[in-house]
Design a binder for this molecule. Structure first.
Ligand code: Z5A
Ligand code: MG
Length: 288
């Protein structure tokens, strides 16, 4: 019996947060063993048994040392739903609405709760293609509207495979702007909306889009507004109208971002946790 449990548990990855919290991350092996995404009560009893036995053994293995720190709280946390994969969560919205600040803090908060998460942003200015985009945004280079649109799209395609791998590994991605920015900004310049959407088709479809909204006067009070191309209030209003056309209530939530950092963070975190807990498809859908 003990060997059976030990072998079974070796298929799990243990990650230790702080001194006493222990989380079980789903491994590929477990995915094939367990169809339902709930750790069963029977399994928890098996874990407990294993830990009790481990605690009394003389092994110096670090995992075994953990056993002494497992109490009812940790056992209860193991009973929580284990998502089938990471969630793809996108923050969109007007300039200076706080997307970057919030995304980075959401990742910190999720990780602190034992939920693997990673910050991803578009445009990703670190790639070759991203370098061209950066030159354009900072007015060092000029491209016609179609060319810059396709460069922004390419910047997402080059990240697609890596994103998919992370999601499959159970990592939630908090994405700072995505295809919706691509389409909304280009269409606000006068390009046809459907033309703008076409090259984005086939990219990963987010599980949740959080659209941060703010009035023009509230935005103008935020730091840094006006440094780059597009940072003009009238243009930002046109972008917001385009977001309205792209909005899909089945996976979009609109949030008024004109509130304190902490209040906005709490609201966004609740939505993120809900999205992570409610992943029903292991397979990712595609845009559009
Ligand atoms: N673009 C495009 O055309 N096509 C595409 O496909 C994509 C993008 C992906 C650069 O994007 C431009 O590229 C962008 C869209 C276009 N143009 N515009 N406009 P970017 O994402 O790199 O842009 P950015 O420079 O990071 O700006 P931003 O993303 O719009 O800002 P933000 O991330 O939303 O805000 P923030 O940097 O977190 O915060 C802004 C300031 O407000 C800062 O001083 C904060 O300290 C402050 N702040 C944040 N939260 C609060 C609260 N709650 N209260 C008070 N003050 C706050
Ligand atoms: Mg930003």
């Amino acid at each position: 019996m003990f060997n059976k449990i030990a072998n079974f548990l070796l298929n799990f990855q243990y990650s230790v947060k702080q001194s006493s919290t222990m989380c079980l991350h789903r491994s590929v092996t477990r995915r094939s063993l367990f169809a339902p995404n709930i750790v069963s009560f029977g399994f928890v009893l098996m874990v407990k048994q294993f830990l009790v036995e481990s605690a009394t053994s003389t092994s110096s293995n670090a995992r075994v040392k953990l056993a002494g720190k497992i109490g009812p709280t940790q056992i209860t946390s193991m009973c929580k739903k284990v998502p089938l994969r990471g969630a793809l969560i996108v923050l969109e919205g007007c300039d200076r609405s706080g997307k970057t600040t919030q995304c980075k803090n959401l990742v910190k908060a999720l990780e602190a709760n034992g939920r693997p998460a990673k910050y991803i942003n578009f445009p990703d200015r670190t790639t070759e293609c991203g370098g061209l985009i950066n030159s354009f945004l900072t007015n060092k280079k000029d491209f016609n509207d179609e060319t810059i649109h396709l460069l922004f799209t390419l910047n997402r395609w080059e990240a697609k495979n890596a994103m998919e791998i992370l999601l499959r590994d159970g990592v939630t991605l908090i994405v700072d702007r995505y295809s919706y920015s691509g389409v909304a900004f280009s269409a606000a310049k006068g390009l046809d909306l459907e033309w703008c959407k076409a090259p984005e088709a086939g990219l990963l479809k987010p599980d949740l889009v959080l659209l941060l909204t703010m009035t023009a006067s509230a935005i103008s009070k935020r730091g840094g507004f006006g440094d780059e191309r597009y940072e003009v209030p009238e243009f930002q209003q046109r972008v917001m109208k385009m977001y309205d056309q792209l909005k899909d209530d089945s996976y979009w939530t609109e949030i008024d971002a004109d509130k304190s950092f902490g209040a906005l963070h709490d609201e966004l975190l609740t939505h993120c946790n809900h999205a992570i807990d409610n992943i029903v498809n292991e397979k990712m859908d595609k845009l559009w």
